[in-house]
Design a protein around this ligand. Structure first.
Ligand code: ATP
Ligand code: MG
Length: 779
């Protein structure tokens, strides 16, 4: 295999090569975007196999999406043969952990048929808990309390640990009461939520050293892509799997790759700490830095470097490219989001007529809501496009219903699934009946399903009418009957078909006059063909056990990014997606839209330095997806909540070096003025914004490169109110009043000029506020 192995090193630069052949201690490959991190990971796996240093079955590679996992498996397969490729475990953290939990359900405190609750299911269950605890769910929503519980699970903090450290505010009190009860109900329903998938695996491995040892011996090579987006629980998991710390018996080889400048999942508990402290966390670790970018032109790279370099506390990187400066970056400012969309379409059509495939083009936006204007214009223009994300197929009502039927067959204790379909379609088991069954279950410590079983066995339940009881028995018997078919080997598609037919669900939709219901029927047909494909796949792979559960698992773990077609399947349609979803991808032509303060950076983030830094990383990710040409645009007005609002240019635009850009469209009218005097910034960025207030002429003042015309905004917009004032002069000890947080005391000032941040104590709550933006008044 020597020749084969050597061929894998061809075309790699010396640092990439070193990373591929590295042997022994933990390895961190830390490098900027497009420097070949993912490629190195793939080649490293292939190299381990080709040199015989590892068997395919000894490799566990963790990717950020299922799609990326499939691609990596394919690429390794192409390099060393498909048969080898199939024996590796290449998966997301969640998929890998589900596999481990299925193999060890008992020590993990689960039953083999456990359900996986998505966010919607989990919030339903939490809603039941909160209501039972008399919480005002309008004020303390299942969403917000759920987010708190999710954070705790990502930090591996158990309910009892939380109680011993929590604060005394009302939200903490609610969380402290809800968290253990929510977990109890999950286990009673034989279900796990997304965060449990990781947390339970970690707990199981740490409580069962023998099992941890088994995995350490089995997977000799653990490789993790996008390591900058791991959270604490995932970090601890990696330690257990590799064998570091208390549970270590047979340490394997660990390779992680990442870029701290691309960490964009702090809201899911991801922490840059993991990549920054790698060398401390893993003794004998070695770091390899890659500096050559193979993806983008020089201009694109300069812009990306300039934007990210303004984040403080990062290690500077020297990313370079041998590909020349390339085309200039096109900068367009339009009057409205519709004009902006129209402008994007003009460019797309021009690219296409010059020979670019639609599939070479991607349009990014900060949030899903922004896709609407773009979609409308694309539809009108007839350009084929594909929208990734938004309302997902698997979140549609009829799909959730059908899946709940399947779930109830697999896991008869699944409370959320069963309650969802109990009276859907209507079968005479109304709210009153449901409440009576629930009360019975609670009184006797039964799962909801067990209570239904009791009714079916003829037990009487207080408050349940004989008519409802008969319906319950029919419903439950039907499910039991179909379960028997499933257990004796019926295909997923057959079971699904039986369920939606015999339950009357399909018939109800077919009878309906509502045109929406017709498309629901089509969606169910689509689900049925997904199930058929899955059955074929399973039969081909020779796996016949647990097909139904495997299908539900696959569906439960589908993420937005999994809908992005691979490089080879992209042809023929423009791709629209959020920047988050675009992570790790590349396109020849990239449009980043909505570059306005308040849109990108997102409004929510503008007062908080750490959130603003994350927005900047997001901008860096967006820019670095482009290979040949980058188009940046903004709208001078944008409508939200039915009102048109004046938008200032994104501060990120200010940082982009003048010589890399070409100014395209300019707004014909500015509905508000800009103040150019309030900023003391002296960066060399181009001025991208408006000239004089109300000016009708050129708004891109290229002759005054140091002037920050984009921000701060002044005037009309809601944003303007916060930033119109000249920067406040503050010093420690000053009393201030904040528009939202009330009165507080300045405890310190960090930085200066437009970057100055005030640390303020609002009656015990500490905030870091960007003075320039925050609605602060000195008292
Ligand atoms: P990101 O940070 O965005 O995840 P990355 O560091 O993982 O990027 P890759 O996606 O692996 O980078 O590589 C970027 C592009 O550069 C890909 O098209 C890849 O094929 C190409 N590339 C990487 N290394 C080389 C090389 N040595 N020679 C030629 N092309 C390369
Ligand atoms: Mg990558």
């Amino acid at each position: 295999h020597r020749a084969e192995a050597d061929a894998l090193l061809e075309g790699l630069n010396p640092e990439q090569k070193a990373a591929v052949i590295h042997q022994g201690g933990p390895l961190l490959i830390m490098a900027g975007a497009g420097s070949g991190k993912t490629r190195v990971l793939t080649h490293r796996i292939a190299y381990l196999l080709a040199t015989g240093r590892a068997q395919a079955g000894e490799i566990m590679a963790i990717t950020f999406t299922n799609k990326a996992a499939a691609e990596m498996r394919e690429r390794v397969g192409a390099l060393v043969g498909d048969a080898q490729g199939r024996r590796m475990l290449v998966a997301t953290f969640h998929s890998a952990c589900v596999r481990i939990l299925r193999q060890n359900y008992d020590p993990a405190g689960l039953k083999s048929t456990f359900s996986i609750y998505d966010m919607q299911d989990a919030q339903r269950l939490l809603g039941m808990v909160l209501k039972a605890q008399d919480v005002d769910v309008k004020r303390y929503t299942p969403r917000s309390i759920g987010a708190r519980i999710s954070d705790l699970k990502n930090e591996l903090i158990t309910p009892s640990e939380y109680i011993s450290t929590m604060g005394s505010d009302p939200v903490s009190q609610i969380v402290a009461a809800a968290y253990p009860e929510y977990n109890r109900r999950l286990r009673q329903a034989n279900a796990v939520d997304f965060d449990d998938i990781i947390m339970l695996t970690v707990q199981m491995l740490s409580e069962n050293p023998a099992i941890a040892e088994y995995y350490q011996r089995r997977y000799r090579h653990i490789l993790v892509d996008e390591y900058q987006d791991t959270n604490h629980a995932q970090y601890v998991l990696v330690r257990h799997l590799v064998g570091i710390g208390a549970n270590a018996v047979a340490p394997g080889e660990l390779t992680v790759v990442g870029d701290s400048d691309q960490s964009i999942y702090a809201f899911r508990g991801a922490t840059i700490r993991n990549i920054e402290e790698f060398e401390k966390d893993f003794p004998n670790a070695q770091t390899i830095v890659l500096e050559q970018n193979y993806r983008s032109t020089g201009n694109i790279l300069s812009a990306a470097n300039a934007v990210i370099s303004r984040n403080s506390g990062r290690r500077p990187k020297k990313l370079w490219t041998a590909s020349g400066s390339g085309d200039r970056i096109v900068l367009d400012a339009l009057d409205s989001e519709y004009e902006e969309a129209r402008n994007v379409i003009r460019h797309i059509e021009a690219l296409n007529s010059e020979g670019a495939d639609w599939g070479d083009i991607a349009v990014f936006y900060r949030t899903n809501a922004q896709s609407r204007s773009m979609e409308e214009m694309l539809m009108r223009s007839g350009i084929p496009y594909r929208l990734v994300g938004g309302t997902r197929f698997y979140e549609r009502m009829e799909i959730k219903d059908a899946l709940a039927y399947l779930q109830a067959v697999v896991n008869p204790e699944d409370t959320v699934a069963i309650r969802r379909i109990l009276n859907t379609p209507r079968r005479g088991i109304g709210d009153k009946a449901e409440t009576a069954i629930m009360a019975h279950a609670d009184r006797y410590g039964l799962s909801f399903g067990a209570a239904l079983d009791a009714v079916t066995q003829g037990e009487t339940i207080d408050g349940l009418s004989p008519r409802a009881a008969t319906s319950v028995a029919e419903f439950w018997t039907m499910l039991a009957d179909i379960r028997t078919q499933a257990e004796s080997g019926a295909s997923t598609a057959h079971v699904l078909d039986e369920l939606i037919s015999r339950s009357g669900y399909l018939a109800k939709l077919r009878e309906s006059e509502d045109p929406q219901d017709a498309s629901r029927v089509e969606n169910l047909a689509e689900l049925l063909s997904v199930a058929e494909e899955f059955d074929v796949e399973r039969r081909q792979s020779g796996e016949t056990e647990g097909t139904l559960a495997a299908f539900l698992e696959r569906v439960a773990l589908v993420a937005d990014a999994d809908q992005v077609p691979g490089d080879d399947d992209r042809r023929g349609a423009v791709t629209l997606m959020t920047v988050h979803t675009a992570k790790g991808l590349e396109f020849p032509y990239v449009f980043v839209t909505g570059l306005e303060d308040g849109t990108f950076p997102h409004r929510r983030s503008m007062e908080d330095m750490s959130e603003l830094a994350e927005e900047r990383r997001l901008a860096y990710v967006a820019i670095t997806r482009a290979r040949k040409k980058l188009f940046l645009s903004r709208a001078a007005t944008r409508s939200a909540w039915g009102q048109s609002e004046a938008m200032a240019a994104s501060r990120f635009l200010d940082d982009i070096p003048e010589e890399t850009v070409e100014i395209g469209r300019e707004p014909t009218r500015e509905t508000y003025g800009f103040s150019s005097g309030t900023s003391t910034s002296s960066n060399s960025g181009i001025a991208f914004g408006s000239g004089k207030p109300g000016s009708l002429q050129s708004t891109f003042v290229k002759s005054q490169p140091t002037k920050r015309l984009g921000s701060p905004a002044v005037g009309g917009g809601k944003l303007g109110q916060a930033s119109a004032k000249p920067a406040l002069k503050l010093e420690p000890g000053d009393r201030v009043k904040h528009g939202k947080y009330g009165e507080g005391t300045v405890t310190g000032i960090d930085g200066s000029g437009p970057q100055a941040v005030a640390r303020v104590d609002f009656g015990g709550t500490q905030k870091r506020l960007l003075i320039r933006m925050a609605p602060l008044k000195k008292l």
